[in-house]
Ligand binder design. Structure first.
Ligand SMILES: *Cc1c(COP(=O)(O)O)cnc(C)c1O
Length: 382
């Protein structure tokens, strides 16, 4: 019988998505695979390897620890840490030989002494906040000042300049205004730099929708995994979902009119029917907001989740004479016969995006990596 609940991750799909993005951006633009948050829940190391096989040439993560994980697995490509780095994390980031995102003069001074102490050279990307209002400096003059300082520091290497878009999945007018600011900054930074630098701005949505955002490199995350950055249907952009979330029918039993299932009696049956109990719950990342608000696929059919989501189980009304047996596979995310349920479908039910739906899948759910059905060792990614 199947494992209790598993996330099967098709690395060949990630590879093909990477290749599709490479075809989209053209030979003169590089693909940086964003594998933060354990590769959006798909497994950072195998996902990184698959993306590299598909044509990515750089990797990006959010934290120093994530950079360390990739290095320990033997990945030698450039790794960019996109997030802020605390003083405590800095040694790990430097030891991993990661490139760092900078926008603050005090941090740049810290980096210089850190590089001296460790007798190494740290690659940095100066970040302009062109409108996302999160990390980076809003002040283009300050950003240029930092570029100057980095160029003049023998301990540092100016690897690139960057910005991040707020609305690439929506309002392209605002995104274009951001890019106007970045255009100017990028040209001025390039003039100051003594070596070639990498300018980058695009996330997945911008990669797909906004050619002028591509510059020298795009940073794609969700699209690699076959998620739709617009939270609709990945097929709209020929993206192939890599992750399937499956479990199985653990029990089947009749329910009479007026009987209920689950905590709080949130489902009371209006008919004679059969309830399937499925061993997956919020402890696995299936949030309680999906109570009475989700479908599951069994035997190529769609059935409604009924009642509360508990930590370890859900219940499904499978109708009076279900063509099912205990042990049958159940699909939460994926394809079953002619039926399909995407991470975007689940996310829309609860007012979120597929990014979060993927990240919610908890550690209790093993990730089984395969290439088009052929199992591979997750640690090595085939
Ligand atoms: C996460 C992240 C990305 C990737 O975004 P997607 O929408 O998943 O492609 C790109 N750039 C930065 C700075 C990020 O934090």
């Amino acid at each position: 019988m199947a494992l209790r609940a598993v996330a099967e991750v098709n690395l060949a799909a990630i590879e093909r998505n990477a290749a599709r993005l490479c075809a989209r951006i053209g030979a003169h633009v590089r693909l940086c695979a964003v594998v933060k948050a354990d590769g959006y829940g798909h497994g950072a190391v195998p996902s990184a390897r698959a993306a590299l096989r598909g044509g990515a040439v750089e990797l990006a993560v959010a934290t120093a620890a994530e950079a360390g994980e990739l290095r320990r697995a033997g990945l030698s490509e450039p790794i960019l840490v996109l997030g802020a780095i605390s003083a405590e994390e800095l040694p790990d980031a430097v030891m991993a030989g990661a490139e760092l995102t900078v926008w603050d003069p005090a941090f740049v001074s810290t980096l210089r002494s850190q590089a001296r102490a460790r007798q190494t050279r740290i690659g940095v990307h100066v970040k302009l906040d062109s409108g996302l209002g999160r990390l980076g400096t809003r002040d283009a003059r300050q950003a240029l000042e930092l570029v100057r300082e980095v160029v003049a520091s023998p301990e540092l290497h100016l690897s690139g300049v960057m910005t991040h878009l707020a609305t690439a999945d929506g309002d392209l007018v605002f995104a274009s205004q951001q890019l106007d600011l970045f255009d100017t900054f990028e040209a001025e930074a390039r003039a100051l730099a003594s070596t070639d630098i990498t300018a980058h701005a695009a996330n997945s949505a911008a990669t797909l929708r906004l050619d002028r955002s591509h510059f020298d490199m795009v940073r794609a995350g969700i699209a690699l995994y076959g998620g739709d950055p617009m939270n609709r249907d990945p097929a709209d952009h020929q993206l192939e979902p890599a992750l399937t979330l499956r479990t199985y029918v653990a029990a089947l039993k009749p329910i009479a009119v007026g009987e209920s299932t689950g905590y709080g009696r949130r489902f009371i049956s209006q008919r004679e029917s059969v309830i399937a109990t499925i061993p997956i719950g919020y402890g696995d990342g299936l949030v309680r907001a999906l109570a009475n608000n989700c479908d599951v696929l069994i035997g190529g059919r769609r059935y409604p989740l009924c009642g509360m989501v508990s930590m370890d189980n859900i219940t499904v009304d499978v109708g009076p004479e279900p063509p099912l047996r205990v042990g049958d596979p159940v699909t939460l995310i994926g394809v079953d016969g002619a039926e399909r349920q995407t991470a975007e479908d689940l996310a829309q039910r609860i007012g979120t995006i597929s990014y979060e739906a993927f990240c919610l899948i908890s550690k209790r759910v093993p990730r089984l990596h395969h290439r088009d059905g052929v199992p591979v060792d997750g640690a090595h990614g085939g």
